[in-house]
Write a protein that binds this ligand. Sequence first.
Ligand code: F0G
Length: 463
Amino acid sequence: MDNVFQQCISPACGATYSVVDVRVSCEKCGGLLDVSYDWDRLQPPKQLDWFEQKWSQRHEPLSLSGVWRFRELLPFAPAEQVVTIGEGQTLLQHAKGLNRFVGLAGGQIHLQYEGLNPSGSFKDNGMVAAFTHAHMTGAKRAACASTGNTSASLALYCSVTKLMKAVIFIGSGKISYGKLSQALDYGALTVQIAGDFDDAMHRVKQVSQKLGIYLVNSVNPFRLEGQKTIMFRVLESLRWQTPDWIVVPGGNLGNSSAFGKAFVELKKLGLIDRIPRLAVINAVGANTLYELYHKRGLRWNGGQPNMSIAERYFAELDAEKRRASTIASAIEINRPVNLNKCLRALEDCDGVVREATEQEMMDAKAQVGANGLGCEPASAASVAGVKQLVAEGVIGRDERVVCILTGHQLKDPTATVAYHTTDQEQFNKVLGSRGVRRAAFANRAVAVGNDLEEIIRAIQLYS
Ligand code: F0G
């Protein structure tokens, strides 16, 4: 067998496939696939600080990339076929200003700003890996369903590299303008489906299979290989120390799955000595994982999850015609494709799942903005989750916590402006209608006439 292969995640099945096969599920049992490595026959580094030598090689594109500078930990592609547009130049901020808000005392909260990627979200980490695999397999068209960020990322890789044509499926009216504008500007074929993300996901799977188009949603196991590097960069920024907690918003559950895989592999390779705990935070309006894991006790169970619990839940959703609905449109998803992988990650990382209300996410988002580089609503679910978990005593007040801020602040200006506005009608339309009662951390614009005296008076009054 090859050093690198694809493998069904179900231990009872464990079917393997060639690394150059294009598939998003196991042919034998329908399960999700991993990219697996025979590490004994590869050359992973002996220590994580080995990667520091790459810092002096920044003139080489693959050492500059925040994804490929860790390529020895995702060695599935020959160097000459690796694609990069300079993704992964992100940073970890020690956000001291947030301690009070989340209730940490001696502890630390760090924010991992994945919005600094070329398309403005963490997706570029995974997209560059899937795109590389697509290129390896000779694909000429790549497709995804998206709540906006995956599509922006795919569209960007296509427009910059010209290696493929992007076909994106989005739910009509379900995507913020920041993200839609990217897909249009980058020239993707944009298919607006009368439905939501879950409908678009269902359709894109059918269409890509029928037309032989390469699918880059996070069911694609190569996506998750790229997203492992978010954790490598977190460790790098912490000088290779493992934090106590990783906290991440949950939508399609690709990140949480990738993070779990990253830590399990690092531990197996002897590169870390302990695995951090994982907290996945849903929005209340799209809380499938919370419902299944926290409320109904669904567990990975060593690879034998009781999926009838999930099937019953999905049947309930259908019977009640319940649709995902949240201001955090990025995670407005009721049928997360990586559910099983996420359950595995939660088991491997002694994980917990919580849900954040619209109010909690918007307040947390305002606090991130007031103390750092800002983020979009879905990303702030992570900070809202930390606040809850500290209040519950699950996260200790002196622990070190890393929140993944998945998307840039500019992705969704509508939500931000509505939060800070003085226009009650606008507030009600965008946020009040979703149960947000007040904007406790609003920074309201001061309206003045076009009059020098009046302007000066206002500045003196408010500054
Ligand atoms: N945060 C942002 C900003 C996202 O765009 C997404 C997913 C998530 C969190 C959830 O991440 O799927 O790994 O649990 N956005 C996808 C998209 C679904 O189409 O852009 P996950």
